[in-house]
Design a protein around this ligand. Structure first.
Ligand code: ADP
Ligand code: MG
Length: 696
């Protein structure tokens, strides 16, 4: 491997390349666009495009693409060659400023939630110059936003950029009251990514994995994660080779891949980058997921990003570490040494507390999906109830302020390590709580409920919006106050808002039965499944907030809700049909074959007067399970047909959730029971033991 600093960003048209390759005035103009978000002139764009093309060709590119994030949840790209006909049957390589700035993909096949009909399919992509272009394979990728010609958003990036803008404005308003005027305030995000890695050869024998990304059947293996020997355990050779190549590919693309380790479930792993500005973190996470799949394939493995590929062991999530900082490098969620006097920190912290409490519904629905429904509340990920962990020190401080008492700073208790050469560690006063959906971890919040396959834009749009809105309401109050009364007014505001919203703070174990009861007593939302959560998207209050912050119009909110509900229905529909297909075509025939063999065996042995008690018992069990599975398969077909006629998306989604998913679970239990008593060579696909405990 080349030296990492040389390798890092070698496929990225980054600041350094721009400085080297662009004339000074052009570089300056582009840089100003990048830091202020102002539009770029066509002259500047032409020069940038040309330099970008020359650089990309040197890196092996023959094509370019506007890379965008439609509502499908994955990224989209359409490659166009640089070639342009020239004299004498030759070509030249060309790329103009116009092509760089704007693309016009046919928008008609992307979900729009009814925002535009097919006859007005036009949409366009617009370059996001704050996210660097890069080369992958033979293609120059240009990160873009995707918008309908009528101006409505069709993607996940545009609202994310809008939410960043709203947060920037609100935070600047607040900082001004503290006498600070940085150029910009941005949200920074570090997304930890969990995944499973399994051998390609076994994967290709599992139609359920191929079609739906998760196993729809599979009896529990004798060994799962109960020995707790996988987490941070020794990494298998095959897996480590994958991780090394993955890091190298990610580094080339300018992604700060930093941490890699085994996760809790067998065959489960994690990768985490160093945090960056939220739109870049989003692009990088989308890109990383694509690279993970590709590198795995090159290693004869498959990277599973589904939230729950295997029942009975932990599923995969994504931890979204979020903070806000100024262009001067100040982290606004950093308590500072003297917590008690850190008024500015407390204002921002209180704004986040209020934001999370007021918008539990939006945060909850931003992590809702058919896949994630299997994880949330399953004692492996936070429950569906949104609450916040602040840790004892911060909670004490806010409690003291709200009771009007004097607070004295705590110092961490010394932790003794018992080993002479190990330095004494001070106890982290924001102790780790791994069960909370929103945990304060020292100088950032960790949102833990996201699913592993998610585009992190969704959750971050909600957080940015909610915090921006709260900061604006705080600024509305504090801007009216005289300078000399500012401190007192700010303290009163913190006190009042903390008291009003402290029900959202819970430092205990979120997995317990007691918390279910306690949260209900506090009046917190407990939105069990995806359809139930999505119903809250377009409440009047939410629409008003998005409008106020210029992130979504009312139509855009409703369109998003429809897209997500429809997607949920489609996913469950595909899973259910796949189950029916596998049951009828593979499992029942295999079981029938087995029972026939047993019956033949009984008949033959009986001729000798042999005892066939065991065969009798097994054949009866198999026959009974075949009947149960067949009946349930028929019920499942009926449930799907019924849900399909559900009418609007919300009704259909409710039917899929209440009838189809439950019938799928029932069918699975019969089939898994069959797997348990069938001979391995007759079972039609690799088992959990094969898939999870492979040798490598
Ligand atoms: P964990 O113990 O959960 O694995 P880490 O302390 O390793 O957490 O950090 C997880 C992520 O948080 C990393 O991606 C890291 O870069 C990110 N992170 C650290 N500081 C910030 C910050 N100020 N804003 C956003 N993310 C941050
Ligand atoms: Mg974490």
């Amino acid at each position: 491997m080349a030296k990492v600093p040389e390798l890092f960003g070698s496929m990225v048209f980054n600041e350094q390349v721009m400085r080297e390759r662009l004339p000074k005035d052009i570089y300056k103009a582009l840089h100003s666009t990048m830091s202020t978000g102002k539009p770029i002139s066509s002259d500047v764009a032409d020069v940038v495009a040309n330099a970008m093309k020359d650089w990309a060709i040197e890196k092996g590119a023959t094509h370019y693409t506007h890379w965008f994030q439609p509502m499908t949840g994955i990224t989209a790209e359409k490659h166009d060659g640089f070639i342009q006909p020239a004299e004498g049957g030759t070509v030249i390589m060309n790329f103009s400023g116009k092509q760089l700035i704007k693309g016009e993909p046919d928008a008609s096949s992307f979900p729009s939630g009814g925002l535009r009909s097919t006859f007005e399919a036009r949409g366009y992509t617009a370059w996001d110059p704050t996210s660097y272009a890069f080369v992958r394979g033979t293609v120059l990728y240009i990160p873009t936003a995707f918008i309908a010609y009528s101006g409505q958003v069709l993607d996940k990036k545009t609202p994310l950029l809008r939410s960043m803008d709203a947060l920037n404005k609100a935070a600047l308003r607040m900082l001004k009251l503290f006498g600070k005027t940085p150029d910009r305030v941005v949200a920074s995000v570090g997304a930890e990514q969990e995944y499973f890695l399994i051998p390609l050869e076994l994967y290709s024998k599992r139609p359920d994995l191929i079609i739906t990304g998760r196993t729809l059947f599979g009896a529990k293996p004798p060994k799962g994660q109960e020995l707790e020997d996988h987490y941070f355990g020794n990494i298998k050779g095959k897996v480590l080779e994958f991780m090394e190549d993955l890091d190298e590919e990610l580094w080339k693309l300018g992604i700060y891949a930093k941490t890699r380790h085994n996760e809790v479930a067998p065959a489960q792993h994690e990768f985490a980058p160093i945090f960056s500005t939220v739109n870049i973190a989003t692009d990088h996470n989308q890109l990383a997921m694509a690279v993970m799949r590709k590198v795995a394939y090159e290693h004869g493995m498959v990277c599973l990003l589904h939230e729950k590929p295997f029942a009975g062991v932990n599923g995969s999530g994504k931890h979204n570490n979020w903070s806000i900082s100024t262009s001067d490098g100040e982290n606004l969620l950093e308590p500072g040494k003297d917590l008690k006097n850190n008024l500015q920190f407390m204002i921002f912290l209180t704004a986040v507390i209020e934001a999370v409490d007021k918008h539990q519904d939006l945060l909850r629905l931003s992590v809702a999906s058919a896949g994630n429904d299997h994880r949330l509340g399953g004692n492996e990920a936070p429950p569906a109830i949104i609450s916040m962990f602040l840790g004892d020190e911060i909670t004490d401080l806010l409690e003291t302020i709200s009771s009007g008492k004097e607070y004295s700073n705590r110092t961490g208790n010394k932790l003794s390590t018992g080993v002479e050469s190990v330095p004494v560690i001070y106890e982290d006063t924001t102790d780790r709580n791994r069960t909370s959906p929103v945990a304060f971890t020292g100088n950032k919040f960790e949102f833990r409920s996201l699913g592993s396959s998610f585009n992190i834009a969704c959750t971050n749009i909600m957080i940015n919006a909610a915090v921006a809105d709260t900061l604006n309401s705080f600024a509305d109050v504090l801007e009216k106050v005289n300078k000399k009364d500012f401190h007192k007014a700010a303290m009163e505001l913190i006190k009042a808002e903390y008291i009003a919203h402290k029900r959202i703070v819970f430092n205990g174990d979120n997995y317990t039965e007691e918390w279910q009861k306690e949260s209900a007593r506090r009046g917190l939302l407990n939105l069990g499944g995806t359809p139930q959560s999505l119903a809250y998207y377009d409440t009047q209050e939410n629409i008003e907030m998005f409008k106020r912050l210029k992130i979504y119009t009312a139509e855009e909110v409703r369109a998003r809700k429809e897209i997500l509900l429809e997607n949920y229905c489609k996913v469950i529909n595909i899973e259910a049909l796949t189950m029916c297909d596998i049951t009828i075509k593979s499992i029942l025939p295999a079981a029938t074959k087995f029972s026939t063999a047993l019956a033949d065996n009984i008949a033959k042995l009986s001729a000798f007067g042999a005892d066939t008690m065991a065969q009798h018992s097994i054949v009866k069990q198999v026959a009974s399970l075949i009947n149960d599975a067949y009946k349930t398969e028929q019920d499942l077909e009926a449930a799907v047909a019924h849900a399909k006629e559900g009418g609007d998306h919300q009704t259909a989604a409710n039917l899929y959730c209440d009838n189809v998913v439950t019938t799928m679970q029932k069918l699975r239990t019969y089939c898994d029971a069959l797997e348990k008593i069938m001979p391995k060579d007759l079972w039609p696909f690799p088992t959990y033991t094969d898939l999870l405990l492979y040798v490598g």
